[in-house]
Design a binder for this molecule. Sequence first.
Ligand code: ADP
Ligand code: MG
Length: 287
Amino acid sequence: ATPTSIMVGTGRAAESGILFKGGEHIEQAYKIQSVVFDKTGTITNGKPVVTDFNGDDETLLLLASAEKGSEHPLAEAITQHAEEKQLDLLSTTDFEAIPGRGITAKIDNKHIIVGNRQLMKEYKVDSRKEEEHLLELENEGKTAMLIAIDGKIRGTVAVADTIKENAKEAINQLKDMNIQVVMLTGDNERTAKAIGRLAGIDHIIAEVLPEEKAENIKALQKDGTAVAMVGDGINDAPALAVADIGIAIGTGTEIAIEAADITILGGDLLLVSKAIKISQATIKNIK
Ligand code: ADP
Ligand code: MG
């Protein structure tokens, strides 16, 4: 590629809201055969709201108080819900976030655990009675969480996120370019599949722990496939770095933007296929 054609391509991209970190990335993006999307904050708007709560008033108060210590979008949805109900939250001790699973905290000597099935299993809390209700919520595309107090399930809470308006169109454009589309998420399989259905993605890799996201990208690259990763979160940063092209959502975290090769402004997913097309045009001009 000549320096001039790279400069023209980079400039054209920037005008559309696609920021290439360096000329070498515009020379590589045309090769992409597979695009992997994170779910929360990438395919979805990342602003989930509480849709269902099952439990008594004390459980809701303890739940929201415990989640106050977490910066996870799920936690923000729960504390927002408590704020709307004008609850006076209690202070916690021994708060701990368990990435990809949930949180634990102590309030007035009560031990609170909030999170998914795996977390309950790890704390030996029996959640079998809630299973049917959880499945129902998850099939609706909601993220369902269990609440345990002193080792016993006391309630469930479900949170739902909305899918980005142009997600389906953006994914269709990639498919039209013969690019494989994958969704990679820490959320459970049923919720992920329901969101995938809405977005038009059928290749779903779910229940992936934050530290496993990069491993999954490497597995997709094994047969020589050139893989792009699109993500917004701290937990996406290693995967963005490992991918042939890392694409950060401009509305996402600073850490994701730093790890990526491209940033798309405003989180507009249509810019993913556009970035690849601009790279293809840049390469064609010079060959
Ligand atoms: P994603 O990849 O979609 O951003 P995460 O890996 O952050 O998801 O989280 C995976 C799962 O862990 C969530 O779907 C939820 O069940 C549980 N979890 C994570 N953080 C919390 C929290 N603060 N409170 C309750 N559950 C949580
Ligand atoms: Mg995310």
